[in-house]
Design a protein around this ligand. Structure first.
Ligand SMILES: Nc1ncnc2c1ncn2[C@@H]1O[C@H](COP(=O)(O)OP(=O)(O)OP(=O)(O)O)[C@@H](O)[C@H]1O
Ligand SMILES: [Mg+2]
Length: 206
């Protein structure tokens, strides 16, 4: 079974108003489990709109999006967004950031921190577990965001230009890092970029 199936989805922002804006027009595609799909296109063509609908943050105006055979109606920790700017809480250390969502799942502190450490190790940040976001580079912060998504149980990573704010060298290292994680952990990735070189390097399908 496909992991994600977009079936003729359209999105009109502000429908029935003079500002009505057709951002997505009858788009269909599917993504298999473990596939790496890259979406490339010019500014304003609807890439972020599409990701936010797959995340369940927005609803399509028509058409449907399925996740493992069920229509998406709301966000889920199984499908996690990673944004261009790292979105960590500045007042929490890395381990607390990564473990934060687990407290909402009712896990005790010891178990939360043990689980967070496992994912910090995976992204090479175990030594920085007790540092705060402002003490880390942009690439390290993005790796922490990826650790947080994985720690909460993400099977699908929805990445919206996640490396666009990084310098060229760090971007390349992060691309390699992401491919390693993807291969080791068999995750499904939908990745948005403006860069054709990045799309060609990363994608199974684009
Ligand atoms: N929350 C929103 N409310 C109203 N209109 C929106 C909203 N988000 C996006 N739009 C509009 O939808 C269209 C597509 O925007 P979107 O952000 O999806 O493009 P994008 O391809 O991600 O662009 P970029 O590459 O610049 O990030 C644009 O015309 C934008 O103004
Ligand atoms: Mg965008």
């Amino acid at each position: 079974m496909s992991e994600i199936v977009c079936d003729r989805i359209s999105k009109i922002w502000s429908p029935d108003t003079p500002e009505a804006n057709l951002a997505i027009d009858e788009v269909s595609f599917s993504v298999e489990p473990g596939e790496f799909l890259v979406i490339i296109g010019p500014s304003g063509c609807g890439k972020s709109t599409l990701l936010s609908m797959i995340a369940g943050l927005e609803k399509p105006t028509s058409g449907s999006i399925g996740f493992r055979g069920e229509i998406i109606t709301e966000p889920s920790p199984h499908r996690s967004m990673i944004f261009q700017q790292p979105s960590l809480f500045p007042w929490l250390s890395l381990i607390e950031n990564v473990a934060f969502g687990l407290s909402l799942q009712g896990l005790g502190k010891r178990e939360r921190h043990d689980r967070a450490k496992k994912y910090l190790q995976q992204v090479g940040l175990l030594k920085s577990a007790h540092r705060y976001p402002h003490q880390l580079s942009g690439g390290m912060q993005q790796r922490a965001c990826i650790a947080r998504a994985l720690c909460l149980g993400a099977d699908v990573l929805l990445m919206d230009e996640p490396f666009a704010a990084l310098d060229v060298q760090t971007r390349f290292l992060m691309q390699k890092f992401l491919l390693d994680i993807w291969q080791d952990m068999q995750k499904t990735v939908i990745f948005v970029t403006h860069h054709i070189d990045e799309a060609v390097y990363l994608a199974d399908q684009y």
